[in-house]
Design a protein around this ligand. Sequence first.
Ligand code: PHE
Length: 454
Amino acid sequence: MADPNAPVRWGSRTTFVLALSASAVGLGNLWRFSYLSGEYGGGAFVISYVLCLFLIAAPVMVAEVVLGRYGGSSPVAAIRRACDGSLRSRGWTLVGALACLTSVLMLSLYIVVAGWGMAYAGFMQAGVFSAARAAEVGEHFAQFLAEPMQQVYWQSLFLLVASGIIVLGVRRGLGVLVWLAVPALLAMLAFLIKYGFDYGDIAATRNFLFSTRLVDFSGESVLVALGHALFTLGVGVGTGISYGAYAPQRIPIGRSIFAVAVFDSVLALLAGLAIFPIVFANNMEPNAGPGLLFISLPYAFGNLMQGELAGAVFFLLVVLAALGSAVALMEPVVAMLMQLARLERFTAALIVGAVVWLLGLAVVMSLQPGQGWAGFGERNLLGVFDMLTARILLPLVALLVTLLVGWRLRPEILRLELARESALFFSLWRFLLRYIAPLAIALLMLAPLRAGGV
Ligand code: PHE
């Protein structure tokens, strides 16, 4: 058999769903979704996000899983096999390579931010921000960014853990991780929501997240919702292909992806319910991204009862969510190296880890004062990589997947992979994949949006 990973399988269908869920739940859920919802029209934004998720992002994810089930765990080899099976040009394998490039770039961002999360869990627990003023917390973050050694230490530790899980393999590493991580994420969120209800401002949160403000809702809102839907489900980076390849034979792919999308959205909403009561309790302006995570929230927790504990739990949640995403970003690249270069899993993980570590180092160095760092604009690598992956590469790969699977592969092959789903589902899925998704994604790529990805 050409695919050395072929016999490797998740322990069960649930593990497959959990693995994709752990990949989907990441920084995007924590530091972006609820902010976007607040900024782009509240309830109206949430509705357009749900539509984009189920009508566009989920069909693309189903296509990726189908590719993986049919062709194997490495994005490049899977696409080659699928093209051979449908007598199509092998030039499409470039899409697999692009997906892996996207993964590597995203991973290098993830390890940096997860490293910050680890450091901040420690700061919170030690009471560094207790009763601090907002300006002090901002100053602390600027100083923290100016010290590369500390960041490199934490990012290395995080990468080591992620690589260790990859080396342990699909069953003993990834499979075990997701069974531990998903319940732990839920438990931590439950704890934080309870904390928010006890000490936070629920009324302001409800108003910010859910009241529909049509003034803020526009065509741009829908495109931002689409961009976020693609990002949060994790299409375009090869995860669907690899994780799909490890799925047990004859799983109902459509229903599984549906479950993942529901779980991902529920978690994003819960994260908003955990975060914003705390932000509003201190009468702060809502914001997103690093400013929300590393300035607003430490300040907010630092000024609430038992904020040390709750803050530390929050940052552990960030790290754990990032871990599920990080392994999902790493696995396709490792699988590709294993197949193309015929390497052992350990060696492949070592090589990918080294490349990502160096890129992460470059990101950290670009944040040093004097390197043009200006409030996370585009002049540092964090902004550049974010823009490049979330705005360009990820939608591009997703678009190419819709064209490949929707237009170039033989429908009989696809039908066989989706044998557990009804004929109606199949026709609807194929229609969305061929017409709606490519058009919508092309529009997204052409629109001049302000918002990046993470
Ligand atoms: N879905 C993750 C998030 O919301 C990002 C991600 C994309 C993770 C692709 C893995 C694969 O942060």
